[in-house]
Design a protein around this ligand. Structure first.
Ligand SMILES: [Zn+2]
Length: 148
């Protein structure tokens, strides 16, 4: 199948997901021309805010392949990935992603992903989420990595 056909499949699946009252997103992980994992956004159904289509497709592909490393696979998604999903894609080792609607195009419906990407371009001290390092006295935060 062509990239256009895979994206068309994602868009159809996203429409189907929306018709079932869920958010309109769907994704596929494809390996050597066949679907290894598919996912739709199930945030509303599960109240799991990480239930984005790309995350679900990556989870399904990892289960199907028996590995969390998905290098060599291709991810297709109905919309350009949000920062969380892009992070998950990096963790998977996938380096090839194709999407339907861009982040800018999604802004007509929700500008949250666009605002998140803009937030990451700011200095940490200027972001709305304040991540602060805390060092308990006498405790090396590297200990979990050093424990064997
Ligand atoms: Zn996402």
């Amino acid at each position: 199948m062509s990239h256009q056909q895979w994206i068309a499949q994602c868009i159809e699946s996203a429409i189907d997901n929306a018709s079932r009252g869920q958010a309109p997103f769907a994704a596929l992980v494809v390996k050597e021309g066949r679907v290894l994992g598919e996912g739709v956004n199930d945030v509303k159904a599960t109240n799991d805010l990480t239930g984005h289509a790309e995350v679900r497709a990556l989870q399904a592909a990892a289960r199907a392949s028996g590995s969390r490393r998905l290098a060599g696979c291709v991810l297709y998604t109905s919309c350009e990935p949000c920062p969380m999903c892009l992070g998950a894609i990096y963790w998977s080792g996938i380096t090839e992603v194709y999407y339907g609607l861009s982040i800018e195009g999604q802004a007509e419906f929700s500008d949250l992903p666009q605002r998140q990407y803009a937030e990451f371009r700011r200095a940490p001290s200027e972001r709305s989420v304040h991540a602060v390092q805390v060092s308990p006295e006498g405790m090396d935060p590297r200990r979990p990595f050093l424990a064997k």
